[in-house]
Write a protein that binds this ligand. Structure first.
Ligand code: ZN
Length: 143
């Protein structure tokens, strides 16, 4: 595994809109593993491929207290959302800055894992917030 460089604002590459992942191969598996390692190393709870200058729709997150439950979402789609919640968020691409952001409180997401298997999940709390934050990165948005 290898640690990847995280782009920071005002790097214009953070504004790139990512394209769907089409090929589920060894290269994708390696990217997922490298992104998880990079996220842990930076003490983040989420990382989008955009932030490591790969403009494909892929993100990883781990909102567990123990930081031992990495999750990956390839080509994530929000199917449904409910409620609103305002939370102070940080971002590995905007070191030292925290901002209040209002997002949906609960979301239903459909995505694929690194091998291409489709799954759907209902998320709430920090898991839902973090997923929405990372999807914004894939759309070229930084809070
Ligand atoms: Zn971020």
């Amino acid at each position: 595994m290898a640690k990847l460089e995280i782009l920071e604002v005002p790097d214009p590459r953070l504004r790139t809109v990512a394209k769907p992942v089409e090929t589920f191969d060894d290269e994708l598996v390696r990217l997922v593993e490298d992104m998880i390692e990079t996220m842990y190393d930076a003490r983040g709870i989420g990382l989008a491929a955009t932030q490591v200058n790969v403009h494909r729709r892929l993100l990883v997150l781990d909102v567990s207290d123990e930081q031992d439950t990495p999750r990956e979402y390839v080509n994530p789609e929000i199917l449904d959302s409910e409620g609103t919640e305002t939370c102070e968020e940080g971002c590995l691409s905007v070191p030292g800055i925290y901002a209040n952001v209002t997002r949906a409180e609960r979301v239903r997401v459909r995505a694929r894992d690194r091998t291409g298997n489709v799954f759907e999940e209902d998320l709430d709390g920090m898991h839902a917030i973090c997923l929405q934050h990372e999807i914004d990165h894939l759309d070229g948005k930084v809070f």
